[in-house]
Design a binder for this molecule. Structure first.
Ligand SMILES: [Zn+2]
Length: 293
């Protein structure tokens, strides 16, 4: 079973100046599309659930079991990480108990001292079980699962203190936004990214990867970003392909309404999006000794 935590693959990306794609899943089709793309490209993959998507699918234990069973039934041989995206303190503990390989504790909306203390606690709990941890400093703009971030730039001194807790990688606000980017968006703050990369030894995570111009993401990857979160781009690709299928009337021809046919164009579009992004972020094959879970 190629399930692993994310520490080693993200570290390898950091040293090799490329990034690992972390793709959010919402259901079985998304899970299959992401895993098929990873297998096709022969790259490690981080498949992640937000708290909302996990609730939607039936909880952390269900998600972990479903992803693990899909990895097995599809004969996936590349390293796969099951990661919690933007977890609260309680959600991170639940995902750890449910057997996720990696968790993000997002304490950015707490007073900094509390974020720091809780990050430390989650790191101790997770590392005792061989689970990797992502923390957040500053905040990512936009809305995800009802959490609205103002897009506050990460403070370098705070980032140093969070890094010292032993987190495996760190999300840092550098002007990035969840969801679609407004027309008047100013771009990534590369000066702050440079300061963070100089001050903090851990790999950085770029959230809101959908919609940032490709050259800005690639530049960020050369400056310490080693995990790129992708969600909206897959949602838009799924929507577009499904809309085209229905608008072309294909659901009304023969048994085109069969969900296995109806959901196929969207599922294929997610896989194509995965493979395209994986290509230009430079994600590379990696050989790991799979951990027993
Ligand atoms: Zn995010």
């Amino acid at each position: 079973m190629p399930l692993v935590n994310a520490a080693e693959i993200v570290k390898a990306a950091h040293e090799g100046h490329y990034a690992i794609g972390a793709f959010n899943t919402n259901n079985l089709e998304w899970t299959r599309a992401i895993l098929a793309g990873a297998q096709e490209k022969n790259v490690p993959v981080i498949i992640q659930t937000s708290m909302g998507a996990a609730t939607y699918m039936g909880g952390y234990e269900f998600c972990k079991t479903m992803i693990e069973a899909t990895v097995k039934s599809m004969g996936i041989t590349v390293p796969v990480v099951i990661h919690l995206d933007h977890g609260s303190y309680d959600a991170a503990k639940e995902a750890i108990a449910a057997g996720y390989n990696s968790v993000m504790f997002d304490g950015h909306d707490l007073p900094f001292e509390e974020n720091l203390a809780k990050t430390k606690e989650i790191v101790a709990l997770a590392h005792a079980k061989g689970i990797s941890v992502e923390a957040e400093v500053g905040s990512i703009g936009g809305e995800e699962d009802g959490i609205v971030g103002e897009g506050e730039l990460a403070d370098v001194e705070e980032a140093k203190q969070i890094a010292a807790t032993g987190v495996d990688f760190m999300a840092a606000g550098i002007g990035n936004i969840h969801g679609q980017y407004p027309d008047n968006w100013k771009g990534l703050h590369f000066d702050r990214l440079q300061e963070l990369n100089d001050a903090v030894p851990v790999p950085l995570v770029l959230h809101g990867g959908s919609g940032i111009p490709q050259e800005q993401v690639q530049k960020a990857i050369t400056m310490g970003v080693s995990k790129l979160n992708i969600n909206t781009e897959c949602q838009l690709a799924f929507d577009k392909a499904t809309r085209e299928y229905i608008e072309a009337g294909k659901d009304q021809v023969g048994k085109g309404f069969d969900p296995r046919k109806l959901l196929k164009p969207g599922t294929d579009a997610i896989q194509a999006t995965f493979e395209e992004i994986t290509g230009w972020i430079g994600n590379k094959p990696i050989k790991l000794v799979p951990e027993a879970l």
